[in-house]
Design a protein around this ligand. Structure first.
Ligand code: ATP
Length: 204
């Protein structure tokens, strides 16, 4: 809390497993007037070509880590850190403080009534103890598999192994203040979002 300084808006940490609907639902909140801060987007933008962190990463891993456009080759980087815990720790030590300070900067400047802070690993990371409330987007694994299969064109096995590497549904739900079960038509989910928006608009 202290790091946020005084008089910052109410912060809702939004999380959920891969393909649970975080972006879809964040977008609904945004249309209702929330400030949406997406940690994934921030983590991409702070390492775009020639940014200070980009340079650090290239210095560390060498130019083999770049694609033909000289942008970071994310799958290659993911592969390295997936197989090497030391490199993973190095990259996280570089990235996490920068992501957090960018998030806090956006929050400080926001004029919106409340913030939806979307972070895939909100509950795992321990970096986001400043959120006021946790909103979990929950879906049955079968729905998750079907949606990410369609969207990302990845194998069922890979999708399953990603789901397995993440926090379990029951553990995540236990730590939620609010839960949206995103296993219903979009129009129904929109209504639930509207109800929560009413609650969050009143929160201080
Ligand atoms: P990631 O973890 O990969 O960032 P995400 O949690 O942001 O994913 P989305 O991209 O919002 O998830 O949703 C995953 C897919 O499911 C998308 O193709 C989206 O259009 C679809 N989807 C989300 N909610 C629903 C719904 N209620 N009904 C049908 N399809 C949905």
């Amino acid at each position: 809390m202290q790091e946020r300084g005084k008089k910052t808006p109410y912060i809702i940490g939004l999380t959920g497993g891969i393909g649970s609907g975080k972006s879809t639902i964040s977008c609904m909140f945004e249309k209702l007037g929330a400030e949406v801060v997406d940690a994934d987007k921030i983590s991409h933008s702070i390492v775009s070509k020639n940014k200070p962190l980009y340079k650090e990463i290239v210095k560390h891993f060498g130019s083999d880590i770049l694609d033909e456009k000289k942008e970071l080759n994310r799958p290659a980087l993911r592969n390295i850190i997936f197989n090497d815990s030391k490199e993973k720790a190095w990259l996280e030590a570089l990235m996490h403080p920068a992501i957090k300070s960018t998030i806090l900067e956006i929050i400080k400047k926001s004029q919106k009534p409340y913030i939806i802070l979307s972070v895939p690993l909100l509950l795992e990371s321990g970096n986001y103890d400043f959120v006021d409330r946790v909103l979990v987007i929950d879906v049955p694994e079968s729905v998750q598999l079907e949606r990410i299969g369609k969207r990302d064109n990845i194998s069922r096995e890979l999708a399953q192994s990603i789901i397995k590497s993440q926090m379990s549904r029951s553990e995540r739900n236990k730590r939620a203040d609010d839960i949206i079960v995103n296993d219903a038509p979009i129009e129904d989910i929109s209504k639930l979002v509207k109800q929560l928006d009413g609650k969050y608009q009143q929160a201080t």
